[in-house]
Design a protein around this ligand. Structure first.
Ligand code: PEP
Ligand code: MG
Length: 914
């Protein structure tokens, strides 16, 4: 029989820990813990499949599944010895969501289900605690009202606050049983008014409604947003976990808490977590009261503490991963409510992986797979420079919840954060965050909250996102409505307004007023180095190079482990103040002689830069691309020139001086400013293109002006000879951009080889080896790869342009309608960020195959932005490329992504050279 509902409890379970697809993470964890004999309150899991059936069947659950659920309920009642709806001794239930992948706080939960007017009396009599029973009932109506009946929470809050005011109660716990009874009566009136029906008294009906509400919450906007952010497929659905309630709020011998088997911020092996005495589970996660650290549990109940340590240690050994667990103690008895692999920061992920491997708990492969490549970003984030902090006012130290330093302008709401982040970096400053703030947290560079602990919503979500976060910064008084915050610093009250700059450090918990300077991270920390060298062992000969244009970037790239340069964009060398004039002169030149004159000035500068690159990359290949400039970027704007020409006749002395300075570098002896401007405008107009991206770019420029290619080839070889003379190994690779026809490559290669051979001959060093290859950036080049490879000694896929040209989609304009395309699900993701395997990827596969058939030793790599994006790196590995090349800071990410692809196997070895 196909099963839709899985019972667990009393040391057994229908499901087990491997069944996350059907049971969700929470359900699988409960089943596994129950099987292992751990103290889990009995219950059952309605599978994720039912969630999908529910939506297909117009938000109904077929009778056959309802019958199965009723049977599971009967089993549960038997296991616990209580019945749902029994007025004398009622069974109370929790109904919780739980998808395959954890989505903290994004979906719904209902507690204390089964309470109605009659069972509340029964609960009061049974516990001898009337106040407790009323408190449970009012919490239930409120939660059920909001989640299942879709009544605005604020309606309940208003009633509750009014009662507190009337009773002069400071804390919720100051309200008496009679106060709560009155609140319940008011709550029921709200339900009647809003739903036109009485609050449902039938517990079985409550259960169905609650389960359906959990399913419905799969499509909450915040859940949808979270899935998109985390790339969780929409069709997985959530399970609904129905479980007997245990109460952490039954007085001072009860508590509720959450914890981790290791510190999720640093990865240190310490028992880590928090608990709240006399509270229900949601109070901890919601961050409403600030809890006590778990170490204080020993003093509160030593027996419970050691039992908890023993159980969670077993859990970690069992799952072979750091566990994130929830527990409740009801009148001195411990219950485990959940366990799952804990979310952790990047630094923690690396530390836990390395230390678990050292402890023998996991092998090297598992350790390498344990860290998501994108998590490494957090180890590569900047930190504050101590000197700059000295100049700032420290506002407070809160709790360090997610590491990393961030600087930004203060926003007090999630919506403001999104809006303000378009103009400047933002720090989201809130009393606490709720799942509704997710978009603002995503837009912010960092998050600071005034209340809550390390497992509050803000902390958990920020860590998952890799955003720096400080919580519990209680010294800051925030008025979200007035958009101000005040904090007393050395007896003085400081006010922080919206838009003010603050700096926050999620590693220390410190918050400063003003803008701190940041410092680059240390890629040589022993743990990180150990982890990366472990990963590198799996990568084999697959290389990771860096895109670097100047020697300084090349040095950074080496530190991050780059094994060469995969792309040096030579035009980037010309934006420097001392070079741009020569570059402009070269572009503006109308004849070869003038152009050669300008080029002669550029040659020594290029040679110096190239020599710097070869030095930094000693022993590794350096791919240098011949000029591929969008020419217009180097020249004044046509419209600007027209305006300046128009105002010149009437300009006063001041304006004339200003214009003279502006166009100084274009002036020539004996020429008036007007003549200079006219000459400039006419050349700019000659060079004007309707579509510069498809115009005189790439190799086309070198074909029209061969002396440019010639100068660059000479500069490359002369630099290589210079460095080689010092006894250093150099491997130059000269790359021709943007070819669509092999004849373009032939033309340029001839020029390169001639200039190179001449330079080598002159130096008497014909032994120095160099390669000439091409970029594959145009579909035609990919389609004709076999003939291109007869000329090219290497291919490098320029997937920025190849994506642009294959999709006919402008790389510069796509962002304008990106959101619309993604919302309409036309593109699942940005094709300029994640390689489009189906289209662009197919061209790449074809070209690699055809290229290698024509030239078996063909070296193949990628140098578009995709070269540092984990899933694209995986694709490149599987396609049989020799290397990827990406920006220096992404080198470790690419190294890890390649290692993981290698571990997971399936590489097209047949087509690989190295
Ligand atoms: C590319 O097109 O992918 C590439 C690397 O070249 P550029 O980004 O310089 O056009
Ligand atoms: Mg390109």
């Amino acid at each position: 029989m196909h099963r839709y509902v899985y019972a667990f409890g009393n040391g057994t379970a229908d499901g087990d820990g491997t069944m996350k697809d059907a049971l969700g993470g929470k359900g699988a964890g409960l089943a596994e813990m129950s099987r292992a004999g751990m103290p889990v309150p009995p219950g059952f899991t309605v599978s994720t499949e039912v969630c999908n059936i529910f939506f297909e069947a117009n938000r109904t659950v077929p009778d056959e599944i309802e019958r199965e659920a009723a049977e599971a309920l009967a089993v549960l009642e038997k296991r616990i010895g209580k019945k749902l709806g029994d007025a004398a001794d009622p069974l109370l239930l929790s109904v919780r969501s739980g998808a395959k992948f954890s989505m903290p706080g994004m979906m719904n939960t209902i507690l204390n289900l089964g309470l109605n007017d009659a069972t509340t009396q029964g609960l009061a009599a049974k516990t001898g605690n009337e106040r407790f029973a009323y408190d449970c009932y009012r919490r239930f109506i409120q939660m059920f009202g909001e989640v299942a009946l879709e009544i605005d929470m604020s309606k309940f809050d208003e009633v509750f606050d009014a009662r507190k005011h009337k009773a002069k109660a400071k804390l919720d716990t100051d309200l008496t049983a009679q106060d709560l009874e009155a609140v319940i009566a008011e709550y029921k009136k709200i339900v009647k008014k809003e739903t036109k029906k009485d609050f449902p008294q039938n517990a079985r009906e409550q259960l169905k409604l609650a389960r359906n509400a959990v399913f419905n919450s799969w499509w909450n906007p915040k859940a949808g947003y979270y899935r998109k952010m985390e790339r969780i497929p929409d069709n997985l659905g959530t399970a609904a976990n129905v479980q007997a309630m245990v109460f952490g709020n039954m007085g001072d011998t009860s508590c509720t808490g959450v914890g981790f088997t290791r510190d999720p911020g640093s990865g240190e092996k310490v028992f880590y977590g928090e608990f709240l005495v006399n509270a229900q589970g949601e109070d901890v996660v919601a961050g409403i009261r600030t809890p006590q650290p778990i170490s204080e549990l020993t003093a509160w109940n030593e027996g419970v503490y050691s039992q908890l340590v023993e159980i969670t240690t077993r859990l970690e050994k069992h799952y072979k991963d750091m566990q994130d667990f929830e527990f409740t103690v009801q009148e001195g008895k411990l219950y485990m409510l959940q366990t799952r692999n804990g979310k952790r920061t990047g630094p923690a992920a690396v530390r836990v992986a390395v230390e678990m491997q050292e402890e023998g708990l996991i092998d090297e492969r598992t350790a390498v797979l344990r860290v998501a490549p994108s998590q490494l970003d957090q180890l590569l984030h900047p930190v504050f420079s101590q000197a700059s902090l000295g100049k700032l006012t420290k506002l407070t130290r809160g709790t360090d919840a997610s590491p990393g330093a961030a600087v930004g302008r203060v926003a007090f709401s999630a919506d403001d954060a999104v809006e303000m982040s378009e103009k400047a970096p933002v720090i989201l400053l809130r009393k606490e965050t709720t799942p509704d703030d997710i978009h603002g947290m995503d837009a912010a560079k960092g998050i600071v909250t005034a209340i809550g602990g390390k497992s509050s919503h803000a902390a958990v979500v920020a860590r998952g996102m890799g955003r720096p976060c400080v919580v519990g910064a209680g010294a800051i008084e925030i008025s979200e409505r007035a958009k101000t915050a005040t904090v007393a610093v050395s007896g003085k009250t400081l006010t922080v307004k919206e838009g003010d700059w603050i700096s926050m450090d999620g590693t220390t918990g410190d918050v400063y007023l003003g803008q701190a300077e940041t410092q680059d991270p240390d890629p040589h920390s022993p743990l990180f180095a150990k982890f990366m060298s472990m990963a590198d062992r799996f990568r084999g000969g697959f290389g990771v190079r860096a895109n670097a244009d100047i020697p300084r970037d090349a040095e950074v790239a080496r530190k991050f482990g780059a094994e060469g340069i995969g792309l040096c964009r030579t035009e980037h060398m010309f934006f420097a103040e001392d070079r741009i004039a020569h570059m402009q002169a070269m572009i503006l030149a109308r004849d070869e002689k003038t152009r050669r004159k300008a080029l002669a000035k550029l040659l020594p500068m290029q040679r110096r830069d190239f020599a710097g690159l070869f030095e930094a990359m000693e022993g590794f290949p350096v791919v240098i691309r011949t000029l591929d400039p969008p020419l217009h970027e180097f020249l004044p704007k046509r419209e600007e020139l027209m305006v300046d020409l128009a105002v010149l006749p009437a300009a006063d002395a001041k304006k004339k001086k200003e214009l003279g300075a502006k166009y100084k570098r274009f002036s020539a002896a004996g020429k008036t400013l007007k003549a200079v401007l006219q000459g400039l405008l006419s050349r700019v107009e000659e060079l004007h293109e309707f579509n510069p991206m498809l115009g005189l770019r790439g190799c086309r420029l070198g074909i029209l002006y061969p002396e440019i290619t010639e100068m660059q080839a000479r500069a490359i070889l002369e630099a290589a000879l210079q460095v080689s003379k010092k006894g250093k190994k150099v491997i130059p690779e000269i790359m021709i951009p943007l070819i669509g026809d092999v004849k373009e490559l032939e033309n340029q290669k001839k020029i390169v080889v001639q200039a190179a051979e001449e330079a080598l001959r002159k130096a008497g060093r014909t032994d120095l080896k160099y390669l000439v290859g091409t970029m594959i950036e145009i579909p035609r080049a990919a389609l004709t790869a076999a003939s291109v490879a007869r000329e090219a000694e290497f291919f490098s896929f320029g997937t920025n342009d190849l994506t642009q040209t294959t999709m006919g989609l402008s790389r510069d304009d796509y962002t304008k309608f990106q959101k619309d395309y993604e919302e309409r699900k036309i593109f699942a993701q940005d094709p300029f960020g994640v390689l489009d395997r189906e289209g662009v990827g197919k061209l790449i596969q074809m070209a690699v195959k055809a290229g290698r058939e024509a030239r078996p030793a063909l070296e193949v790599g990628i140098c578009g932005e995709h070269g540092g994006e984990p899933s694209s790196v995986e694709f490149c590995y599987r396609t049989g490329m020799d290397y990827v090349s990406c920006s220096p800071y992404r080198v470790p990410i690419a190294r890890l992504a390649a290692a993981q692809a290698a571990i997971e196997g399936d590489r097209s070895e047949a087509t690989r050279t190295a």
